[in-house]
Design a protein around this ligand. Structure first.
Ligand code: LLP
Length: 415
């Protein structure tokens, strides 16, 4: 459920007409809804009722400071994968003790920076990372809280590029090997074992793979307990899917209630790392039709947003809904491929879409709040789009459109 709806056939974000946003801030432009964002975060938080938990929003989904700040104000934790994301969280007012650090390739300087601010937990993904963290913690005279991200070898039944919990994926420590790592960690002077972590993929639309993974995690947790290695938390990762088209993923409440049932009377604190389910449907990408190019067999609508602004359709063949901002068009309905100006055949936002459009019309690509702006690039020397946040009848610019000068700032000629 989101707050992008038509009023008198004009698309609105909360109480603001999207066409007015385009007039003021130009296109392409990402538009977010604060009410949607907050509603989604609360759906996770409230479903736990009084069971100890921490929602660690996955920063990679959308790392704009205003978004991180709104979530920090709600009390959110954060799942980060780089020192860049860590600094963003701090800039936005997030608390170090609510940060968990995931990722397969943590550099020394990144681990040191996280140890210095005192994050909640390192999700260790490689055996050598444990030794590195222990050594760096010793040098700094601190104890590092760690959990292991285990790879439970579960098929998440999602796109192969965003499936992470199979043996063939680079993520996590093989669940059968994990016991040895826990035993090693328990002996280390500057490591405190606090939890276990698992993330099997993204855009999951069924509960079963999550529960299969949880069962395997719980078997390991019980084995650890029998050896006197007691954990405080279970981090079950992110991955809950959203509705892009006709998917029917479980709601956060259904998903969380299934988890809590499976835990039975184990009273671990539960952490989750949702990204897409919080921010995905809280954003749209606003774009304008530049040209129509009808031809035999194929009609192209060339718009001013491209794969550099939103790469998901090109990269994963992802389907995202594309709708008219003005639903009251008298144009004839035709089938269009919505393409951008980038010089790649793979530069499209959607194919075979039935729309009534003419040049100058505005379109909105829905479900663009997650992995939209954060995956954008400057390919073809295209400045990245503006981002705005709607809050009731107010519109706030939360990131200015990149300027041309910013494109080459930092570049230098040689003598
Ligand atoms: N935690 C970890 C360790 C992750 O690797 C991810 C996502 C998340 C949490 C958040 O997952 P979510 O709740 O958003 O599904 N760019 C792709 C998605 C890549 C997801 C990578 N990891 C896309 O646009 O579909």
């Amino acid at each position: 459920m989101d707050f992008f709806n038509y009023r008198q056939q004009q698309l609105c974000a909360e109480d603001v007409s999207v066409a007015e946003i385009a007039a003021e801030f130009g296109t392409p432009c990402y538009v977010y809804s604060r009410a949607t964002l907050e509603r989604h975060w609360r759906a996770f938080d409230e479903a736990f009722e009084d069971h100890a938990h921490l929602i660690c929003y996955a920063v990679k989904a959308n790392s704009n400071l205003a978004i991180l700040n709104l979530l920090a104000r709600l009390g959110s934790g954060f799942d980060i994968v780089s020192v860049g994301e860590m600094r963003r969280v701090l800039e936005a007012g997030g608390k170090p003790e609510k940060i968990v650090f995931s990722g397969v390739g943590k550099r020394e300087d990144e681990i040191q920076a996280a140890l210095k601010i005192g994050i909640r937990c390192f999700n260790v993904e490689v055996s050598g990372e444990l030794d590195r963290i222990n050594r760096l913690a010793k040098e700094l005279g601190v104890i590092a809280p760690v959990s292991f991200r285990v790879n439970p070898d579960v098929d998440a039944k999602t796109h192969p590029y965003i499936s992470t919990g199979l043996k063939e994926n680079k993520f996590g420590i093989d669940i059968e090997q994990a016991i040895y790592e826990y035993r090693r960690a328990a002996q280390m002077t500057n490591i405190q074992v606090v939890g276990i972590d698992c993330h099997i993929g993204s855009q999951l639309t069924e509960t079963a793979p999550f529960l299969d993974a949880l069962d395997r995690v719980l078997a390991l947790v019980d084995q650890l307990q029998s050896e006197g290695i007691n954990l405080r938390h279970l981090d079950l990762g992110g991955g809950l899917g959203i509705c892009y088209r006709d998917e029917q993923p479980p709601s956060p409440a259904e998903y969380i209630s299934a988890i809590l049932q499976r835990l039975a009377d184990r009273d671990f604190e539960i952490m989750l790392e949702p990204g897409r389910a919080i921010v995905g449907n809280a954003g749209i990408l606003l774009t304008r039709v530049e040209y129509l190019k009808p031809s035999t067999g194929k009609n192209f609508a060339i718009v001013d947003a491209a794969m550099n602004d939103l790469v998901r359709p090109s990269l994963y063949g992802a389907w995202q809904d594309i709708i008219q901002v003005n639903a009251n068009s008298s144009e004839e309905q035709q089938v269009w491929d919505i393409v951008g100006p980038v010089c790649e055949t793979g530069d499209f936002l959607g194919k075979n879409r039935e729309l009534k459009i003419m040049p100058g019309d505005l379109l909105a690509v829905r479900s663009a709040g997650a992995y939209g702006f954060t995956m954008s690039s400057n390919y073809n020397s295209r400045p990245r789009p503006a981002e705005v946040m709607v809050d009731g009848d107010q519109v706030h610019l939360i990131r200015a459109r990149e300027s041309l000068q910013q494109l080459w700032a930092g570049e230098q000629l040689i003598p």
